[in-house]
Design a protein around this ligand. Structure first.
Ligand SMILES: Nc1ncnc2c1ncn2[C@@H]1O[C@H](COP(=O)(O)OP(=O)(O)OP(=O)(O)O)[C@@H](O)[C@H]1O
Length: 297
């Protein structure tokens, strides 16, 4: 267990009747942000429920700030901001009552920040939480996650159903949060733009398995489509060839563009174009191919 790790999951596994998440191994260092992507039902919310202790793992361990999560729950929760479905159970309360209840548990609750965010996101605190629209509930949860000045934010689809203007504000507020010393963010999202603009690392879940986890810069550097006129035998068998389309021109998908370029050079071939992958394409690749190498028509 390293003390620079803010989040550390070791072999975390959770099984339901028809779905198993994990084993998941994942770490996040102080000062960094991680975006978790994946199709519907891939296990993102299950992972978050485990992180916030709504669910307990069948196997494996979760550490926050170097401490075993379950053993030091109230202590580390002071340092973590959550946004997911935690407030739902208190739907009968108004936003003001909820804020008063939540602030009681957090000595670092910043009431000025709370009032500022209410104005910024146009929230009427007299409204009952249960009667708020889906987007308003998301905004309220987002505000609650930030007001006790946590070092780690765990956000499960914070902008789902939120209007464009508020999404923009959320992004600005998360950028400002990450500018703070040593702050960390883990965000599950279908909004690729959030991963692009906010995250240092990307993780992709599919059918409960963590199929990809890497630095975003390394992804942009290494993953690409190479356009070629023909495919040498050695490329077909190359470990960094992930997919070959039989379109015109032929395209090779790789997770190591340099290795494939070198191999092509050995065969006296040069790609006519190298097109870096987008994060959408990365997610699509894992959702469609389950990490198997294949050739497609
Ligand atoms: N309490 C539960 N009991 C049984 N199955 C569950 C339970 N919670 C989640 N699941 C199953 O676990 C799988 C993963 O669900 P989860 O909500 O984690 O996916 P997700 O990636 O967050 O999906 P989405 O993008 O749609 O929010 C689904 O098949 C779901 O039916």
């Amino acid at each position: 267990m390293s003390d620079h790790l803010v989040v550390e999951l070791n072999n975390v596994k959770k099984s339901f009747k028809k779905f198993t998440l994990g084993p998941v191994n994942l770490t996040l260092e102080k000062g960094f942000s991680l975006g978790i992507a994946g199709a519907n039902g891939s296990g993102k919310s299950t992972l978050f429920r485990l992180l916030v202790n709504i669910l307990q793992a069948d196997e494996g361990t979760i550490h926050f700030f170097g401490k075993f999560a379950a053993a030091s729950e109230s202590q580390h929760k002071q340092n973590i901001g959550f946004s997911g479905e935690l407030v739902e159970a208190f739907s009968h309360l108004t936003i003001k009552e909820l804020a008063s209840y939540i602030s009681y548990w957090y000595p670092h609750w910043d009431h000025e920040k709370y009032s500022y965010f209410l104005r910024r996101y146009l929230i009427d605190e007299k409204e009952k939480f249960g009667k708020c629209s889906k987007g308003t509930k998301k905004k309220v949860e987002f505000i609650f996650s930030l007001c006790h000045n946590p070092d780690l934010l765990l956000l499960d689809e914070p902008s789902a159903g939120v209007d464009i203007s508020s999404q923009k504000k959320m992004k600005e507020d998360l950028v400002a949060f990450m500018e703070g010393e040593g702050k960390c963010l883990v965000i599950a999202t279908h909004n690729v733009a959030e991963i692009e603009s906010l995250c240092d690392f990307i993780a992709v879940l599919h059918n409960g398995s963590l199929l990809y986890h890497d630095n975003k810069d390394s992804f942009y550097e290494n993953w690409a489509w190479l356009w070629v006129d023909n495919v040498p035998e050695s490329i077909l068998k190359h470990p960094n060839t992930l997919k070959i389309t039989h379109s015109s021109p032929i395209q090779i998908l790789t997770d190591n563009v340099q290795a494939i370029e070198n191999e092509l050079m050995q065969e006296s071939a040069t790609p006519s174009q190298i097109q870096r992958l987008s994060i959408e394409e990365l997610i699509e690749y894992f959702s469609e191919n389950e990490c198997t190498k294949e050739t497609s028509e």
